[in-house]
Design a binder for this molecule. Structure first.
Ligand code: PAF
Length: 292
């Protein structure tokens, strides 16, 4: 695995990978998949990498803790960073290239451009974290341009992020990757149902024991809604259950259209997602489940 931190060597390495494919035995698979991450890799990320390896001839993983998606009072300084350990995990998975630029390489002095996906970015996590999704869309657009992948894979745990990136790809007519080649991979969970997240490291032992109540309450609410209960009543019961389990604040608990993220006051059979963000100790946990 090559570990690269500057754009020119990245481009050279990627064109060498691609020209290798023009040999007499070209692969039938799409050539290049990108898995964007902020590092602190866990089984959820490795599942994305394995899926990328299954679907593409070559895999690039990026690790970049993107300052533009953190608010002024958020955890940029303390966000877990473990590049050497992450690199060892990726090497063992057979990743071709680890793209790990530093902040100055991504946002040099004078950097001025931002990508904003209007509408989708102001609700749910966007309401509590102003500017967060501008930062996400900007870095993902840059990563797509730098790597020019045929496929890109993201975890469904960040459902809103996935919807915004797909919207961006459609709106900007991206071809590397095309919007249809932006793949969501189902959330990987601990045995007790807690969605895997780098931020689970912020939970104390007691909080970690209590945290799976979030997903339990969400699955119960989703089941109530599909069996005909009122959406408002099911969401209120969910909020009460989450607070009773030890979460100190619920930022949102909403039923939304899976694609447009429009609020759904009633379940009408269209693909819907129940999405929640709640605070437990120092951690802000998010999760979502399908309501079908
Ligand atoms: O989901 C993440 O880890 C980040 O938001 C991403 C997509 C790598 C952009 O920084």
């Amino acid at each position: 695995m090559q570990i690269l931190t500057a754009l020119e060597p990245l481009r050279t390495a990627l064109s060498a990978l691609k020209s290798g494919d023009n040999s007499s035995h070209p692969s039938a698979l799409p050539r290049l998949a990108l898995v964007p991450t902020m590092g602190a890799l866990h089984e959820g990320h490795l599942t994305l990498v394995r899926e990328a390896k299954r679907l593409a001839a070559h895999v690039v993983v990026s690790i970049f803790v993107n300052p533009r998606q953190f608010g002024p009072n958020e955890d940029l300084a303390t966000y877990p960073r473990q590049l050497a350990a992450d690199a060892a995990l990726l090497e063992a998975e057979g990743v071709d290239v680890l793209w790990a630029p530093d902040v100055e390489a991504v946002y040099p002095a004078g950097y001025a451009t931002s990508v904003q996906v209007g509408g989708l970015d102001g609700v749910l996590c966007g309401a509590a974290r102003p500017g967060h999704f501008d930062g996400v869309a900007t870095i993902v657009a840059k990563l797509f341009n730098q790597v020019q992948p045929d496929l890109a894979l993201f975890g469904e745990k960040d459902w809103q992020q996935l919807a915004i990136i797909r919207r961006m790809a459609r709106d900007l007519d991206l071809t590397h990757p095309h919007a249809d080649a932006i793949l969501g991979v189902p959330t990987v969970r601990e045995a007790d149902g807690l969605a895997m997240s780098s931020r689970n490291k912020y939970l104390t032992a007691d909080e970690r024991t209590a945290a799976p109540a979030l997903n339990r309450a969400m699955r119960a609410a989703a089941a109530h809604i599909t069996s005909g209960a009122s959406v408002e009543g099911a969401l209120e019961a969910l909020r009460v259950a989450v607070l009773a389990a030890g979460f100190r604040q619920v930022d949102y608990a909403d039923l939304r259209d899976s694609d447009t993220l429009e609020n759904m006051a009633a379940f009408n059979g269209r693909p819907a997602r129940l999405l929640v963000a709640a605070h437990m100790g120092k951690a802000r946990l998010i999760d979502n489940v399908a309501v079908e």
